[in-house]
Design a protein around this ligand. Structure first.
Ligand SMILES: Cc1cc2nc3c(=O)[nH]c(=O)nc-3n(C[C@H](O)[C@H](O)[C@H](O)COP(=O)(O)OP(=O)(O)OC[C@H]3O[C@@H](n4cnc5c(N)ncnc54)[C@H](O)[C@@H]3O)c2cc1C
Length: 439
């Protein structure tokens, strides 16, 4: 079986930089034999571990991560835990069943996440008042119409927005039209992860800085070799390692990472906030697939994420990140020229797991080895839903969540490098085609 000697980058950028430092848990430094192991402590792995532990309260669940909590994609995203997806293009009759399945997963994932985190009302790290999906150019304005039609047909709540609504609510005249959807939470991803870990059932034992280097089928179960030099033997294994799964011999040539980057300003002053519209904090998703994601956080920082590249599954180096910052700032000022004097305080990058045909992975991949991964930009809700479904599937369950999670198309084959680099460059060009003012 595969052996990974990869080093796991663990820089302090992203949402963890913007919150209270946390003391990490120690690495696993002993041999163990347990019934369940979950590898990866992002939203997928936390959800699987939580469900396994709740369903088998007498068994120990070992949760291992190569990095410290929040250093992976789950701590580096834009913080939109969606309740509804925007599907792109008209939702024609033949797409209806598939779109409903995805929305059931979104709803369920959001509900599971809320139940696990149990946020206080008016919490700083969880606001559940939905998002603005906005259009600043002609192709995205068409998407706005398609989205509104699908929301109406699915009988989901929404509010159509024109330019003056948007200007009044957000303080920008950049966008032409859009829609506000109330189903969805805006989260501070690092704080949410910390909360989820603190609330794990007692029979989950979590070890950070514990890379799994090799997995093999042994005589008595599955053997995991750790970089700490120790071995774990288990009866059932969940792999929740996102785009790093191929390093352990799974999803090879099926999943790849693109690297995204964005920046935050310093917190806005009272005077600057007065120019920002009536919503005290909000999130904007672009209606074009290559459009920028923008937020005004509860602590008054403006955030914009608009750059995507293929970087071999790595975060950007400090130098590469610095080169992107002017692109973040230019597009912030395009939307909010009144913030000309507000400096960028912090920038970060993160890797998103994608497949060639934008499908997700879920199911059993070897005897007693189960995995879920690859949600493109919607892993908070979907990862949570699929993690829970995976635990239930492992334990022999058969419910609607498992059925919905099992409905993804097979991923198309991805060529190895250097062909992969050419293919990735082409896909990114496609993603940004026609993005215009939405970038
Ligand atoms: C910039 C950016 C913005 C995004 N915005 C959003 C958004 O707004 N909303 C949304 O829903 N999604 C968003 N996403 C996507 C979302 O973050 C991911 O889909 C989701 O976090 C994936 O969760 P996961 O648990 O499957 O994987 P991850 O969070 O990547 O967790 C996998 C874990 O496995 C660990 N691991 C890997 N290999 C090993 C090993 N060999 N041994 C031990 N541990 C290992 C890693 O350290 C990592 O912690 C965004 C992503 C990025 C990068």
């Amino acid at each position: 079986m595969a052996h990974t000697t990869k080093t796991f980058s663990d820089d302090l950028t992203g949402w963890r930089y913007l919150t209270q430092p946390r003391r990490s848990r120690p690495a696993l430094r002993e041999n163990k034999s347990v019934k369940f192991v979950v590898v990866g402590a992002g939203f997928t792995g936390l959800s699987a571990a939580r469900e396994l532990a709740a369903m088998c309260p007498d068994d120990e669940v070992l949760l291992l991560d190569a990095r410290t909590l929040s250093a992976g994609a789950s701590g580096r995203n834009a913080g939109f835990a969606v309740g509804v997806s925007q599907f792109g293009g008209p939702v024609t009759e033949e797409r209806v069943a598939e779109c409903k399945r995805i929305n059931r997963l979104n709803h369920e994932g959001l509900a599971l996440l809320r139940a696990a985190a149990s946020p206080e009302s008016n919490s700083d790290w969880w606001q559940e008042s939905g998002y603005h999906y906005l259009a600043a150019d002609t192709p995205s304005a068409r998407e706005s119409e398609h989205f509104i039609n699908s929301l109406r047909n699915f009988r989901l709540p929404y509010r159509a927005l024109n330019r003056s609504d948007i200007e009044r609510e957000l303080g920008t005249s950049h966008y032409d039209c859009g829609v506000h959807v109330p189903l969805g939470a805006l989260v501070q991803p690092a704080d949410l992860l910390y909360r989820l870990v603190d609330r794990l059932p007692e029979n989950v034992r979590f070890f950070e800085n514990t890379p799994v280097e090799q997995i093999q089928q042994g005589a008595l179960g599955i053997d995991l070799m750790l970089s700490t030099g120790h071995t774990v033997q288990t009866q059932q294994l969940v792999l929740a390692c996102n785009y790093e799964m191929p390093g352990l011999g799974f999803l090879r040539n099926r999943i790849v990472a693109t690297t995204l980057s964005g920046s935050f300003t310093r917190p806005l002053t009272d005077e600057e906030m007065a120019s920002m519209g009536t919503c005290p904090s909000w999130g904007v998703l672009g209606l074009h697939g290559g459009g920028a994601t923008v937020r005004l956080s509860k602590d008054r920082r403006l955030m914009l994420r608009n750059c995507v590249s293929y970087n071999g599954g790595q975060l950007l180096t400090p130098k590469q990140l610095q080169q992107q910052v002017p692109k973040h700032r230019e597009r912030m000022l395009k939307r909010f020229p009144q913030l000309e004097s507000v400096p960028i305080e912090h920038s970060w990058s993160g890797c998103e797991g994608v497949s060639r045909n934008m499908t997700s992975f879920f199911g059993q991949y070897a005897p007693n080895v189960f995995a879920a991964a690859g949600y493109n930009g919607s892993g908070l809700s979907r990862g949570t839903a699929l993690g829970t479904a995976l635990a239930r599937l492992m334990l022999g369950g058969d419910d609607q969540l498992i059925k919905d999670a099992s409905g993804f198309a097979e991923a198309k084959w991805l060529p190895p490098r250097p062909l992969l680099d050419l293919g990735a460059a082409w896909s990114l060009r496609q993603r940004f085609a026609g993005v215009g003012e939405d970038i």
